[in-house]
Design a protein around this ligand. Structure first.
Ligand SMILES: Cc1ncc(COP(=O)(O)O)c(C=O)c1O
Length: 420
């Protein structure tokens, strides 16, 4: 029997959507107000913000704001019109690409309007139906969606598990020998939820044994890792082994846009085959000029990254010394794992925001296993050691309350209503 297409939507809002009536406006879709900074306003209250990926504090740096404003004045928000291939190409787009290529030590780069669509298209353009993709099971949604476009075989390997990757490379190699295709391995430079670095060095070493090309999504590594800030490949000394390097402007660059970097011949191919760029409007000039300025600051102001790491180290060592479980993070991403139900997590976050002025993101099942609460803190160069101290004090109190069952009691009625 046929059904109305919307029938399932009326019945089931999806794994996250089902929390909307309890969560929207507070736990999800909260409205943070004021200038992007270490301290902002939430529902009229001052809060220390630990949930913004403005790692280097560039979002509101006066020099950045000046260039952004001048570019808006000079070009408006329309210029250039059309896709790069048709009428949206400019010398400044080329200049930004050249400067990015030099910064990440690759021959060539190509700009992407958004990282998400850009990496999807990159995966789509790199593989044909005879090729095989082998990727980390914990990959970001944009990688998973890119793999979904692939008409051929794909294998996942256990998260950051080289033995599992090897097994899957053996299977993929056998299959590729049969299909006559090649293999693309995909990892993140830094996994954004738990903060571990992808094992890029170990993965690259497998090139001695297997024939594959390596794509790395370094959204969180670019600007934060490596001696010059060129990312996880630089940090692990394997930038040359990464065949296609990707980073977004949405984090350290505090903007919008992204880029891919590779050998010139590969970029020359991609620029004629990336569907999300060929059939979409070019990156606005405001963003291009803004990115040139930001890149220049990343190159010439190492103190931004130094201050970031001063805060990261103070926050992570303080939390660890107080006995918090930060899992296996090896980056600025600071996850704090606690045990509790979703209603308890909600009561705890409310306490943090209302009584301690601490705003961090909360991640629960189905993103992480049931019974775990993940509070995710993103330190930035804007934060101060006082912010860290205040946060450490508040975290000690909330952990004690969680262990004493305070949040369980506070959330009992919510839990009952949710059937938890
Ligand atoms: C790992 C990772 N890849 C890709 C993206 C998508 O980038 P964008 O925001 O530029 O679409 C994000 C989020 O910003 C991300 O965290």
């Amino acid at each position: 029997m046929m059904r109305d297409l919307f029938e399932k939507i009326y019945k089931d809002k999806g794994p996250l959507g089902k929390w909307a009536s309890q969560a929207e406006g507070y736990f999800v879709f909260p409205k943070l107000e004021g200038m992007i900074s270490n301290r902002m306003k939430f529902q009229g209250k001052d809060v220390i913000t630990w949930s913004i990926n403005d790692y280097l504090g560039l979002a509101n740096h006066p020099e950045v704001r000046k260039v952004d404003a001048e570019a808006a004045n000079d070009y408006g928000s329309a210029y250039p019109m059309g896709a790069r291939m048709m009428s949206g190409h400019t010398s400044l787009h080329e200049q930004l690409q050249d400067e990015l290529a030099e910064f990440v030590s690759k021959e060539s780069t190509y700009l992407l309007n958004f990282g998400y669509q850009g990496i999807m298209s990159t995966i789509d353009a790199l593989v044909g139906k005879d090729d095989i993709i082998v990727y980390d099971v914990d990959s970001h949604a944009c990688i998973i969606d890119g793999v979904r476009l692939h008409m051929g075989k794909r294998f996942t390997y256990k998260h950051n598990d080289i033995e599992s990757l090897e097994k899957n490379l053996e299977r993929a190699t056998k299959m590729a020998e049969h299909t006559g295709g090649g293999i693309l391995v995909i990892s993140e430079g830094v996994f954004g939820m738990r903060g571990e670095q992808g094992k890029l060095k170990e993965i690259a070493a497998l090139k001695d044994k297997f024939n594959f090309r390596f794509l790395v999504d370094d959204a969180h590594g670019f600007g934060t890792l490596g001696k010059t800030g060129a990312g996880a490949g630089e940090e692990q000394g394997v930038q040359d082994e990464i065949d296609v390097y990707f980073a977004t402007f949405a984090k350290s660059m505090a903007s919008t846009g992204a880029f891919i970097a590779a050998d010139k011949e590969i970029i020359d191919y991609l620029k004629y085959n990336l569907r999300s760029q060929m059939f979409a409007k070019s990156l606005q000039m405001q963003l291009v000029k803004g990115a040139l300025k930001r890149l220049d600051m990343i190159r010439t102001m190492p103190e931004l990254k130094e201050n970031l790491w001063k805060i990261v180290n103070a926050l992570q060592s303080g939390l660890r010394e107080s006995g918090f479980d930060l899992g296996t993070t090896q980056s600025c991403v600071t996850p704090v794992y606690l045990k509790g139900s979703i209603p308890e997590a909600m009561a705890l976050v409310k306490d943090l925001r209302e009584n301690y002025g601490i705003f961090c993101s909360i991640v629960v099942y189905p993103v992480i296993p049931k019974g775990l609460i993940l509070l995710r803190l993103i330190p930035t160069s804007m934060h101060t050691l006082e912010d860290v101290d205040e946060t450490l004090k508040a975290f000690s109190v909330i952990r004690e309350r969680l262990e004493k069952g305070v949040y369980k009691r506070l959330s009992a009625s919510v839990a009952a209503a949710m059937g938890e």
